[in-house]
Design a protein around this ligand. Sequence first.
Ligand code: HEM
Length: 166
Amino acid sequence: MLSLAVIVLLAHPEQLQALRAAPASINNAVEELLRYITEPQTSATTRMALEDVELSGMTIKAGESVTVSLAAANRDPAVFEHPDTLDLSRSKVRRQLAFGQGIHMCLGQHVGRLEPQHDIVCEQRTSSPLLEGLRLISTECSSASCAARRLAFLASAINSSVGSKV
Ligand code: HEM
């Protein structure tokens, strides 16, 4: 979450600037980052019907399972206006589903939220502006793997930062 949040903020300098100007908006910003970052490849959850269920005109029979894309839910235009746009000041972003929903909702969601809130706020408290010295040098990555992609992007950002100081 944190590495992707850094990449996304670096890729949206106007949003990063707004966050620097209003650090008290960090909680809403983290919700929007969670919504925007939810990855299609990894963010799905499965439920099994215990009895026949009608859903959107279809019958899911008892014993059948349904896989729900949380990434698609988080980009649902019926819920989020301009869902493909990162807007750290978005209202009602608490409706995002990065941590799932219901009885199996993520048990670590408070840690998941606290980590970026804490790290971004601590960074903000240092004398230099948030994420200063980091810059994305590429948004291209040939790997289909999420983990490899975020590592490649972060390496680009760090290399750039180191490069700017030598
Ligand atoms: C940003 C970070 C995280 C994200 C996006 C995330 C996302 C998710 C999602 C989507 C689920 C499935 C929810 C569902 O089926 O409705 C889940 C389940 C779970 N998560 Fe997380 N998680 C994160 C961090 C953590 C952390 C830090 C912990 C532990 C300290 C944790 C522990 C768990 C556990 C134990 C479950 C299973 C809950 C159950 O089945 O009842 N997660 N998480």
